[in-house]
Design a protein around this ligand. Sequence first.
Ligand code: UT7
Length: 313
Amino acid sequence: MGIALAGTGSKLPSKILTNDDLSKIVDTSDEWISQRTGIKQRHIVEEGENLVSLAFEAGKEALKSANVEGKDLGLIIVGTSTQDKRLPNTACELQPLLGASDCACMDVSSACSGFVYALSIAYSMMNTLDIDYALVVGGDVLSREMDWTDRTTCVLFGDGVGAAVLKKSDNEAGFLSFDIGADGSKGFALYDNSYGDDRYIRMDGQEVFKFTIRTVPHSIEKAVKRAGVHKDDIDVFLLHQANLRILEAVSKKLDIPLEKLPHNLERTGNTSAGSIPLLLDEAVKKGIAKKGDLILLCGFGAGLTWGTCVLRL
Ligand code: UT7
């Protein structure tokens, strides 16, 4: 038996903050943000919205598209670094809202790699604990962690959540490989030290950029090899949406046509753990990722962490 993707869902907050809006808050411009990142706008939570409310909507949609009920879930995992509360975890808060009960519930904190980390844990737990259905959510509300006077970070990030239902599969569909890792010695490059003097996200953008260009192609190659396929066989590469220049550099380095790396960062900004499941849901809805396609997901970010997987839809 394999483990396959059964359905997807997503939720973005309704409030949109454009680059022009930001240029009224900090010393920046639409031209700088667009040229350096490709981002044009991002979604930001308003009063009444939080991680759980977004995750509930995304999870509900994923269950519906998988034709699975909350009560069928044996596991809920949420990849996030921006829980609404320290305790209980986000997955426990979602459980009764989604009509699930008794199932295992946990959050995984691996920043922008959180969704792929969570998928790999769900894959393992479904096998070892004989679980039929799992809900894997990835999302963050980074606007709450932002220093809105720091132009080097506040123009980059946005809020959003995506979700996927996994199920046991007895056909060709399913996960073929994972490559998961971290380099904790580079933690200084992207951090949010809520317990210290400075409670905001800080990033050495160039350090993270260099790490990404080095690590992501290597991780993709490893996951592709482990899956026993060739990179040309992959139909769609869904990479973490941090910067269009990163997608262009990876496409060039691995000699993958840029058309195989769809993006939505121009509309969402960098939504951290939400970025891959948001893009996955969009790719499925738009028919960019179709049943039978071989797809690759790759996340990278604070830690510094990375996570890649290959699956057949
Ligand atoms: O999700 C986790 C993963 N994160 C990433 O992968 C992010 C990786 N890093 C990046 O995407 C890029 O490094 C950034 C988009 C963050 C920055 O782009 P950059 O090309 O590396 O710019 P830079 O930091 O070298 O800054 C260039 C200039 C500087 O001015 P000077 O020193 O040349 O005078 C900055 O002060 O741009 C200035 N600058 C800005 N100007 C206008 C920095 N931020 C802004 C801004 N608006 N928002």
